[in-house]
Design a protein around this ligand. Structure first.
Ligand code: KIV
Ligand code: NA
Length: 265
């Protein structure tokens, strides 16, 4: 079959259909997620922590993400691949945003980009959409602003909820095809979802959004430590991988690897 498009995503909301999104950062896992029925893959700047080992997403660059996006596109044939615009690659001007987005589409084959912010990035969203670049918005706990938030905390409580709804409406008016709502009260996410004609993609935003996204290493239980409350762990990949690596190591120490069936003569 063909690739999922932003039109398919828009039509899903019109039909009242929900859809899953996962992050992906390499060809193999991207292919697995597509095979499992995930229609939209996000090469998130969460790669800053999951792939590159930084403490936050702030240090991530376009050059960091380009090869990851290219790998995810090459590893899939049906998924819509969204590339995250990293911190500092779009805020300065619409021209800067277009320059960064064009690199993801031309050099890596991305089909859409995502950027963080509401009314303050409307000019960027308009410029991208007018140039033919589908844009996913991102509101609520936007991790690129962690230094301004003073930590990772629930956003959009009280009057801030009204401002978030205004931002979401502004993104829709600017031509965004979807908007991520991260770590906001479920009631607010539901209100935004009902107010928009474009789909909302929740992460820590309750069950009322049109779509749901998780960082795959959180979803599959590879991320160490206690996950945030919104994460449901669907597997214990960390346990499985630790056990496999330990048994390999033990076999090597014992001279039990490679056995005869894994040996050439
Ligand atoms: O970078 C990322 O993975 C994201 C999602 C969590 C929405 O922005
Ligand atoms: Na991100």
């Amino acid at each position: 079959g063909r690739r999922v498009t932003v039109r398919d995503v828009a039509e899903a909301k019109a039909r009242g259909e929900r859809w899953p999104m996962l992050t992906a950062y390499d060809a193999l896992t991207a292919g697995v997620f597509e095979e499992a029925g995930v229609p939209v893959l996000l090469v998130g700047d969460s790669a800053g922590t999951t792939v590159f080992g930084h403490a936050t997403t702030v240090p991530v660059t376009v050059d960091d993400l380009l090869p990851l996006v290219a790998a995810v596109v090459r590893g899939t044939s049906r998924a819509l691949v969204v590339a995250d615009l990293p911190f500092g690659s779009y805020q300065a001007s619409p021209a800067q945003a277009l320059g960064s987005a064009a690199r993801f589409l031309k050099e890596a084959g991305a089909h859409a980009v995502k950027l963080e912010g509401g009314r303050r990035v409307v000019a960027q969203v308009e410029a991208l959409v007018e140039s033919g670049v589908p844009v996913m918005g991102h509101l609520g706990l936007t991790p690129q602003s962690v230094n301004a938030f003073g930590g990772y905390r629930v956003q959009g409580r009280g009057e801030a909820g009204d401002r978030l709804l205004e931002d979401a409406l502004a993104l829709e008016a600017a031509g965004a095809f979807a908007v991520v709502l991260e770590v906001v009260p479920a009631e607010l996410a539901e209100r935004v979802t009902k107010s928009l004609t474009i789909p909302t993609v929740g992460i820590g935003a309750g069950a009322g959004t049109d779509a749901q996204v998780l960082v795959w290493q959180d979803m599959a239980g590879l991320t160490p430590g206690r996950p945030p409350k919104f994460v449901k762990r669907y597997a214990d990949v960390r346990g499985v991988l630790t056990d496999a690596a330990r048994r390999f190591a033990d076999d090597v120490l014992a001279g039990a690897y490679p056995p005869e069936e894994n040996t050439y003569h």
